[in-house]
Write a protein that binds this ligand. Structure first.
Ligand SMILES: C[S@@+](CC[C@H](N)C(=O)[O-])C[C@H]1O[C@@H](n2cnc3c(N)ncnc32)[C@H](O)[C@@H]1O
Length: 222
């Protein structure tokens, strides 16, 4: 795997197996802030509970953490990651986030544990595949759906996975992702997220989905 810089000056990593970088060329931090933090309204939520698919280099986590620390709110973050990166690789990706990076440094010392906690909140990591991971029911206020692309990483975008994410989400939760694929949006609607197009950076559109109604399928997520 090799490091590279994105256009906002923040680094990312290229995964040779998937043939893709962990973040878009236009900016790792930029995408984390605009797409995941702001489009899900996590930056305004008084008690955010984030469910993430693909913890990767923890850029999205660190951006959510920075926002929570700056606002003095408690962050609960649950991430599912099937291929955790070694500590030294994570440590090489530093971000201009003055509050969050200090906490991130503490987390790194114990990485890879399954739970990290402090006055800032809690990070739980399920090391496994999102298709099988045990998830809480009606828990999340936001879902960061951030695997590699549907072309290269199709299993993480399956309708069965979206059902599991809907079941793990509270009513009104907002799911955000960079994919604007039509089939994906139709599946999102099918499982109970009302899809919306939002302007993207580096691509015309991103997708957000609002969890509406009640999940229409039996609890099977643990
Ligand atoms: C685009 S990167 C995520 C970047 C990350 N969100 C960040 O902020 O740095 C995609 C991640 O999804 C993980 N992943 C891919 N398929 C998965 C699956 N089926 N279940 C869980 N994680 C998966 C990969 O290992 C990788 O870490």
């Amino acid at each position: 795997m090799d490091f590279r810089y994105t256009e906002d000056g923040t680094p990312t990593l290229f995964h040779p197996g998937y043939g893709e970088a962990y973040h878009p060329r236009q900016g790792a931090l930029l995408q984390a802030r605009r797409l995941y933090l702001e489009n899900t309204r996590t930056h305004l939520h008084p008690a955010p509970r984030v469910l993430e698919v693909g913890l990767g280099l923890m850029v999205n986590f660190r951006v959510a953490l920075e926002s929570a620390l700056a606002r003095g709110v408690f962050l609960r973050y649950l991430a599912v990651e099937k291929e955790p990166l070694p500590r030294e690789v994570m440590a090489a990706i530093r971000l201009p986030l003055p509050l969050g990076e200090r906490v991130f440094g503490e987390i790194l010392k114990a990485w890879p544990e399954e739970r990290f906690a402090g006055p800032w909140g809690e990070l739980k990591v399920v090391f496994g595949d999102i298709r099988e991971a045990a998830l809480p029911t009606l828990w999340a206020t936001a879902v960061f759906l951030d695997p590699f692309s549907p072309q290269k990483n199709p299993e993480a975008w399956e309708e069965e996975v979206l059902k599991r994410l809907r079941l793990a989400s509270r009513r009104g939760a907002v799911l955000a992702t960079y994919s604007a694929q039509g089939a994906f949006r139709r599946a999102l609607k099918e499982v109970g997220f009302r899809p919306h197009r939002v302007p993207g950076v580096g691509k015309r559109e991103w997708t957000v989905g609002i969890a509406v109604g009640a999940p229409r399928f039996p609890c099977n997520g643990g």
